[in-house]
Every structure is written in C-alpha cells, then in structure tokens.
Design a protein around this ligand. Sequence first.
Ligand SMILES: [Zn+2]
Ligand SMILES: [Zn+2]
Length: 797
Amino acid sequence: MIRSKRTRGTRNTEVSEPMGAADSNGEEWHDYVSDDVLAQLSKHQLPHSGLLHEKAASLAQQWHFQYVVAWLSNVCESYTTTSYTVEQDGGGSTKCLWKSIKFDEGVFVTDVFSKIDGKDSNYYNDEVDVDGASQNLYDQIRLQLLHQLAGNKSGQLRDWNVIVNHHFENSSAFSDLVTTSPFLELDIARQFEILYGIIKLVEVKNMFFKNYLVNNLHLFTFNEIILDDDNEEGGTRSMFALPNVGVLVEKTMHRVKEDPSSQVSQTLNIPIKLQNCTIKEMDPKMPDSVELIHLEYSHDIDAYLQSITVDYKVVSTGWESMLEYWSQNRDSKLIDEFITSLIPTFAEHRLYSAKILTNREKERAIAELMTRRKRSSRLVAKEEESKKKDLESEWFEKLDEREQFIRHRNKLVSKEIKKLKDLLWGQLWQLYDQDYRDAKLTKRNELTDRSGSGTPSLEPFLGKDENNPLNEIDNKVLDHGPNFQSGIIPLEQPTPESLGLLSTADVPELPTDYCITKEELNELANYGIFTSQQEPDSQDSVFQCPGEPELAPMVITEDSETDLFNNHPLVCCDQCYRWQHWECQPPKITELISLTTKPPQHMLSQRDFGVIIMGNSHGNRRSSRRPQSTPEPSSKSTRPTDKRKPLGECSTFICGWCMKDLELELRNIFVPELKIIRAKQRKQQEDRERRKKMKEEKKRLEQLAKQRELTQSMSPPTFSTAFPHMTSGPLPGISAYGTPNLGTIPGLNTNAARPVIAYQQQMGDKTIPQPQPLQQPQPPQQQSQQQNFHFQYPPTN
Ligand SMILES: [Zn+2]
Ligand SMILES: [Zn+2]
C-alpha cells in the first residue's frame, strides 16, 4: 500500500509538541483545531456522543463494520468525498459513485438500528415498496450494493438472498457467508460481514467501481504509519486511519514461513494503474513501428498474496477512544504526530456529522408532525362526519317529536271544539224552543180569545210560502225571542286587532324543548344538513284578557315588571294561544268546558287547566314538569309555556272569545237549518193529511163492501183477495196519527247540565240536528214519501 498523508493544513499542525503533560484534561485537541470549528462545535450539540451509541459499541470494534463505513464514506456523498472535492480537484466536484446517497456514519448507525429494531415505522412506511420509497439509509445502501453486485438495477431487496448467495457461492473467499435466513434477522455483526463480502466482490468485479477507484485513489489510500517494520516474523505492523471519525486500525502483515529459495520478493512493487503495465518500445531501426509490451503481474501478485496474511485490529472506535489512545501513546512521537495531524480533519468531520444529524432530526420531527397532522385531520374529519350524523338524527328526532306534539295538541283542541259546538248547538235550540213555546202559547191564547171556542187552527204554525217554510212564530222568535236573542257566551270580542301578534304561520306556545331555534338552523347549515324547516319558532307568549278588553295584545317578556300578569293565575287558550287571567274568565266558560268532560264532572277548577303563576314569588315548580321523560327544562326558562302542566295532563282550555266565535258560527247556520226542519215538517203534515184521507176512503170502501155482503147473497170477490197483504196486519188505530204537537219540548231540563248525546234528539216531533246539518238524512220522512204511492199498510210511521 502506498503511504501518504493527508495534507490538510491547519494552523496547529506544526505545533506537534503542545503544553506537554499538563494537558491531560482531554481538551488538548483544541490546540489543533481552528477557532472557527471550535466555536461551531460548541454550538452544535452532538446528538450521539462519539457518534455510536451503546448498541453499536461492540459493532464498532469490528473491522468489517469499520471498513464498510469507510468504504461507504468514499463512494457516497459524504464529508470525505465533499471535503476532498475542494482541495484536490481545485473546486471541481468529485463525482461520487453513488450520487444519490448522502452518507454519514451517525445517520447510518441510527438507521441501521431503527431498521433492525423495527422502530422506524413511525415515519418510514415499510409496507409500501421499500426499494424505491424507503427513506432509511440502511435500505438505500443495501439496495445500491445489491445493484452494484448484480451489475444491474433490476434487483430488489426481497431478492437479496437469491442474488447475494449466488455471488457468494461462486467465490471461494465468501462461500461460508451463504445463508437462507432473512438478512435483517441475522446477527448485526454477521450482517456487516456479509456487507463486507459484497463490497470486496464489488471491488474485484465491478467495472464502475474499478474506474471510480482509479479516478479517486486518494480516497482509498488511508493515512498510515509503520509501527514495526520487518519484525521477527518478517512481517510489518502499521497503523492507519479510516475516514471514519477517530477510527484507527492496526494492520499486521505476517510473512508465511517459506522456502528461503523462493523467488518471491519481500516486497511487491507493481504499478497500480493498468496503463503503467504497458510499455511502449520503439525500435530505432524501425522508426515508424512501436512495440507494446504488456507486463504481466498476476503471478507476482498471487505469489505475494500467498506469502502474506494480514490482520486488522481496530485500535480506536471513535473520537473519544482516539483521544484516549492518543493520551496513552503520546510518548511515541510517531503516534503523537500521526494523531495530531488527524485531529483537524476529524474535528471538521464531527461538525459535519453534527449538522447532518441536526438536520435529520428536524426533518424527522417535521415528518412526524406531518404524519400526526395528517392522522389528526383524518380523525377530525371522521369526528365531524359522525357528529353530523348524530346531529342529523337528533334533528329529525326532534322534528318528529315536535310534529307529534303539534298533532296531539291539534287533535285535543279539535275534539274539544267539536264537543263545545254540540253543546252550544243544543243550548241554542233550547233557547229558541223556549221562546217558541212562549210565543205559541201567546198566539194560541190570542186565537182562542178571538174565536172564542174549539181547537185553534194549526195554520199559523205552518209557513204558507213554499220558498219560506218559516212560520209566523219562527219569524217573531228569530227577531225578538228574548232568550234566543241573548248570547250564550256573555262576552264581546276585544276592540283592538286581537290577533295582530299571533301570525297564523307560526306554531306558537311550543314547549322550549320542541322549539326550533335560529342556532339550530345555523348549526345544521354549517354541517350542510338539509331541512325543509327554515324558520325558527316564535317563543313569544301573548297576553290578552277578556277582563281588560281595552288592552291590545302584548308579549309577556322575561322580566316584565308589570303586575298585569305577574302573580296572577294565568291560563292559555289552546285555540288562540292568548294568555288570560284565570280570574277574568266568565263562569259560563268553565261551565261549558266542564260539560264536555266524560262523564260529566263537577265544575272544573284552575287546577284542572294548565294554569300558571308568573313572577318570582310564585314559581310554579310542580307544573314545570315536561312532557315525556326528558330531563327538567332549564330552570332558567321563564316562558309561561314551560311552566304549564304537560299536554294531556290537564283539560284543554278554550277561551271565551273563541267560544263566542263558535256561537256566532252556529247562529249563522241556525236559520237555514230551521228552514229545512220546517219544510220537512210541512211535508210530513201534508203526508199525514193525505194518508188520513186515504184511510178514510178505505174505511168507506170497507163499509160499503160489508153492506154489500149483507145485502147480496152471492159472494163478490173480497177485498182481501184483491189486496191480500193489506189484511195481514192489525188495523191501525186513529191514535197512531196523533195531533202534531209542535210547541212542546218534553224532557229537556234547561238547568241540567247534560250533553247532547245523539244525532237526533227527539223532542216531540222536532229534531235537533247536528251542527253540520245541511245534508242530513232523515230516513223516516223519506219512507213516508214512498208510502204515499205504494199504499203500503200499515204505515211504519
Ligand atoms: Zn284579565
Ligand atoms: Zn281563545
């Protein structure tokens, strides 16, 4: 090997004898390093003291490992290749053999162990194609070595054993390295033996490497000193420094004991470059011809190699151990000078490594951060999605419950309205009939007085006009009947615009749990959830009371100071949603509602309705329970609605004004209804008259027949033969056609609170129809019409 020294000049290279023995504090090396490098080194914290951590300590003792690292430093972009660039090529760049790989021992060792320990999965994805994508230096280098060994770039790491074993099997030196175990599962030392073997094969076989070697011989020529020349065995002991920081190796060359007559020279001197193996010789006699003589050294080389054995021993494994070795061997001027000449380079190399490792840590931290961020943004998106789903289902559940509540409330209200209408309809007829009876009596008395005798004619009680079936008394009662004319509901409609605040589109007085709020709609919009419900529910409560008819409706505000609705029992009309004083309700209202209960009950009291009391002093806690089992509403709710008893737990309340509306509605259909009844009654009357005449005629015929029977001995055909079905039943008595009694209402006690039960309440000949009476069927009347023409007997009426 050629001896050469690195010639990196530093200011202290010449000061080979520094302070002497006093400098045993371990910092003597400072004297050999430039201030600039020292300053920078102090700024950079070296991530790994001495670059190799504990695990690598025994590995560092191995020549194979150190050689692999040195070799990689020489072929990759590294401190070694880049620092030589400037000095040796005058600024030109060294073309590294492996341009794509940036190598440094610290990074390499870190990656080797993270790969073997499987720790790097946090930021390296081993599952994707490792070959192309791996960021791990150990992967990259192994792949590169594989390509170099195979001589092509098609090999992949999963083909490692196939390719490597193939080459090892064909070489006598490394055949014992053939293994079937997965490379990464081998002992770490074994892994580097294999890598060493591969490198050695590459050095011998690979043309690219050979060219690289020739062009960069300086990289592979390590600084070396001879420690012991020509020892007793005829060998040599020397020490050389690898480019690896602080790594000194002792090389011992043994001469194989040989036959002294051997021609093999003690030393081998051969040209390293191939071109120097060819000698050009010109024959002076033949000036135009050149003779090329190829010098054949292979035999010499083989013989030489056969004659020696070389041992390598790692003396120091890194910066610290080199310094230690230095302090122990400073007595030797040779070693002292050798090491002090190395210190500046190694110090710079350490700085380079420190910077690389710092950058690496930064990149790693960023990569980790990105991974975490990616993961967390995925997590956030997932959470958002599930929140959206929850929100959606909650929303539709709420809409559903809200819908059910509204439907339930509407059902209760319309049921109550129907009952009240029936009740009012009955009472209206009652009032009318009372007046009618009085008026008829008066009329009858008048007629009796006038005629002076006998049964008065019924004529005045039946309308004469075909188009207006109402009779004289009807008209009188309708216009002037004292009972009929007075209203059932003793209330006047309020003077101001009573419903101004209660827009018909709103569904007011919803319990807060069911109310759709602006916030909810906004949240739904934020999550992109579509809903047909676009407007928030009004949460206002409106106060308007029959006791204060002059007051316009007003919104009950949260902290209203007014005594108008604070500390008074308040009741809300379920029909018009106006809150009113309980005390201002006419008794007739509660009386009517009480009559609609089944079975008819005592007078309902405020306890039976959802009566509440506003104001702090009378927090009506008991009635603030909510529908269903939902937890108590926020006790902060000051809405009167939320203080009510839940729907269905109290009687539906319809206020006086709403009842007044019902009464007016019924009064509007009263006259048409009366006309229909009167028309029917007249028809019935006419039918009876006609039947009476026919009956009389029949009787006359029968008598005639009897007379004939008596007077004639011969039997003529009997009536029963002519009309057999007519004789099958008993003869009807005259009483079946009793005089129509239009004026009396038997069995109706106006004081008794009883509901109208049936569709037709028979009162004498009269029928009280239902409040939807315009197409009501009246089967008895229809039948009687038919009877007129079929002469059916007996009449079913
Ligand atoms: Zn009032
Ligand atoms: Zn009302």
